[in-house]
Design a protein around this ligand. Structure first.
Ligand code: HEC
Length: 670
């Protein structure tokens, strides 16, 4: 490693302009000491400097945590690291120092202290000197060094996000494991992991220049058209993309995410016009973004009449005033870090009469943590029984979490009894919310009917933000006042294949099912649904004459971005048609969202770590129709109950279990 030492020393001589990443990366776990690391200085909030060695002195090990104050992933890193370090340290006094990369300043230190209650020393790595020396290219990155400045671990804190835009549960606490090894004095088993997050800014912008591609003339319109609906100060996204400074900070990551079709989120294709499909940048627009970055991001002159920011909630325009506003019993408090929370919140209704609803709007109380929701109506007496059960309330809560509602796993089986009356199930999905899509409307003249003696139940998917957050979300109901279409009923249903849906470990395959259309109907909207193994989902219409059209294709299904897609005009389906649903599921370790490492057998079920093919359909059917729309839901419900029993009886949900019971019917199609 003489060469590495030489190059690093060279880098020191010429400053941050020499790229030392790959060399420094090799140091992890190789025993290569880099004593000069401790000679470098970092900045304090008061403008003075301190040698890194001084901060590391007196403790056997130090974690250097590279941070960017504006990066949402990085904001979570502080509390997560403090917690993990406490677990791994076992009293040996491992130090933790936060280093803010170049774009941050003293104000950012103050903000992290105030807002995120950061209790660790926070310093500025001006010019990315230390980051450059250690080959840190994204924030957050944790680097564990010993007393001599030797790198023992370099990488992520844990593997929740293995690929930008794909989240899962934590399967390995990489930094924590590394610290534990080092504290015990044994070699660190995994000394290097890839960190995922926001890029450390290494490029130089030339705001005063002009060029072939300029911010004001060429770039701002692109970002306003496709991104600013969410990425503005009052928008649902965690940061703004609305001005020059924002654009220069995020452009590199934006290009990557547009290229991989992660942003704008929820991209879908259809042979029919979808009224609320995301607006996706064209290849030409992506090329302009790349050119602009390469040219040093010139600002150019401000035009005479600059464009206005788009409204943050365009779908709610023209709704008028809500007739009812529902709230759960109280707010939900979320601890700063840990896996996402899935929770059923009950919005008490329990009326004597049926409600005719023309629109429903979910209003997130705290946009930072409410990621997406699915909404049901459900039998009120059953909800009372579940919420009275203290263990159901405590289910799934982490220390620091508290609030009303109940944990996952209560919908199928234990509490609900599905009787013979198929016209009225005790619970039915009726809508949902995803960032940027809060309103759910029925077509002209139609109303969604919510039966009497039911409550609304919302399955909340919460993200954690790095600090204690409180959410108190509400539901607005807009009632149907006029004449309701006398020939048609507005209904909702789910398509499901009723299979046990065994996904054996280490397999990737396509599963198909089809839904016979038993009466003339009109499809109003579709919400694809699956869990963490579902990579894509396509719904194809096959007409009685054999011709086919794509109703909705999500080439990149993401559990985190579930939502309803509404057709501009409801799509007419003739009796005798079929809707084919095809899902590609990946139960290999190549799937960055796979909740199990190594992969294990996965069954049909309602937990996030179970799986299902369960797209939700909103449709109209003739009033006189005898079509039993609830079959799909019922069969799904029964398979889910069966799966739960089998898992319990045979211990199949034990995380270590790898066995595949041969006797259980599964989908064996390739
Ligand atoms: C419908 C709302 C919406 C639109 C439109 C949207 N974003 Fe986002 N974006 C979000 C949210 C919310 C997040 C936070 C990440 C999350 O919640 O998964 C995010 C995160 C990001 C991130 C950080 C990546 C991460 O995983 O944290 C980048 C970069 C980004 N968006 C760029 C863009 C660009 C560029 C566009 C336009 C081409 C765009 N977004 C359009 C809502 C949106």
């Amino acid at each position: 490693m003489v060469l590495a030492g030489f190059l690093s020393a060279l880098a020191l001589l010429v400053g941050q302009s020499v790229w030392v990443g790959p060399i420094a990366a090799q140091q992890a776990g190789t025993g290569q000491a880099s004593g000069f690391l401790f000679e470098k200085s970092v900045g304090r909030a008061d403008g003075t400097s301190v040698r890194l060695g001084e901060l590391a002195a007196g403790q056997p090990l130090t974690v250097l945590l590279f941070l960017g104050a504006d990066c949402p992933l990085s904001q979570k890193a502080i509390t997560e690291s403090v917690g993990d370090l406490a677990k791994a340290d076992s009293g040996s006094g491992v130090g933790l120092v936060g280093l803010l990369v170049a774009r941050d300043d003293a104000q950012d230190i103050q903000r992290l202290r105030d807002e995120f209650k950061a209790s660790i020393p926070l310093l500025l790595d001006r010019n990315n000197t230390i980051a450059g020396l250690l080959g840190v290219t994204v924030v957050p990155t944790a680097v564990l060094v010993d007393r001599q400045g030797k790198v023992l671990y370099h990488g992520r804190i844990n593997d929740r996000v293995e690929q930008l835009g794909k989240r899962s549960v934590v399967r390995r606490h990489d930094m924590r494991e590394a610290i534990s090894d080092a504290v015990k004095g044994t070699p660190v088993r995994v000394p290097k992991t890839p960190a995922v997050g926001c890029p450390v800014e290494t490029r130089v912008s030339k705001p005063d220049s002009t060029g072939k591609v300029e911010y004001h003339r060429d770039i701002q319109p692109i970002l306003y058209r496709h991104c600013a609906v969410c990425h503005q100060d009052k928008g649902v996204a965690p940061f703004s993309l609305a001005n020059y400074q924002d654009a220069t900070l995020w452009v590199e990551m934006a290009i990557d995410l547009i290229d991989r079709r992660v942003m704008p989120p929820g991209q879908a294709e259809s042979d029919f016009p979808v009224s609320d499909a995301p607006s996706v940048p064209s290849p030409e627009e992506l090329r302009l973004l790349r050119q602009w970055l390469a040219a040093g991001m010139p600002k150019g002159p401000v035009p005479a009449n600059p464009p206005a920011l788009p409204p943050t909630d365009p779908e709610s325009a023209g709704l008028g005033n809500p007739d009812m506003i529902l709230k759960p019993e109280g707010p939900m408090t979320l601890a700063p870090s840990g896996d996402d929370m899935y929770r059923y919140m009950v919005y008490k209704l329990n009326l004597d009469r049926e409600l005719k609803v023309r629109a429903m709007r979910f209003v997130p109380g705290n946009q930072k943590v409410v990621h997406h929701t699915l909404i049901w109506f459900a039998d009120s007496a059953t909800q009372d029984r579940i919420t009275a059960d203290k263990s159901m309330n405590a289910f799934g809560l982490l220390p620091g979490d508290s609030g009303p509602g109940y944990g996952q796993s209560a919908m199928l089986g234990k509490y609900h009894k599905v009787g013979g009356d198929r016209s009225r199930l005790p619970f039915e999905q009726i809508g949902g919310y995803a960032p940027g899509h809060s309103v759910w409307k029925t077509p002209e003249g139609c109303a969604l009917s919510i039966p009497g003696k039911t409550d609304l139940v919302v399955q909340m998917h919460y993200h954690r933000s790095g600090k204690v957050e409180i959410d108190f979300s509400s539901i607005e109901l807009y009632l149907h006042k006029g004449q309701v279409n006398s020939a048609e009923d507005f209904r909702t249903t789910n398509i499901n294949d009723g299979k046990f849906l065994l996904m054996p470990p280490n397999q990737r395959r396509r599963t198909n099912t089809s839904w016979p259309v038993e009466d003339d109907c009109r499809i109003v909207g579709i919400a694809p649904h699956g869990h963490l193994l579902t990579m894509s989902q396509t719904l194809t219409l096959e007409r009685p004459d054999g011709s086919r059209k794509v109703l909705l294709n999500m080439p990149r299904f993401d559990f985190n971005w579930q939502r309803m897609y509404t057709f501009r005009e409801p799509v007419a389906l003739a009796k005798g048609s079929k809707v084919h649903v095809s899902s590609v599921m990946d139960n290999t370790s190549d799937n960055p969202a796979n909740p199990f490492k190594p992969p294990k057998a996965v069954f049909m079920g309602e937990n996030t770590t179970d799986e299902m093919i369960f797209p939700f359909i909103a449709l109209t059917i003739p009033k006189k129709s005898t079509w039993d729309l609830q079959q799909g839901f019922l069969s799904g419900y029964r398979t889910g109950v069966l799966a739960n029993i089998l898992k319990r009886e045979f211990g199949l949900d034990a995380p270590s279990d790898q066995s595949i019971p041969a006797a259980i019917p599964g989908d064996r199609r390739p």
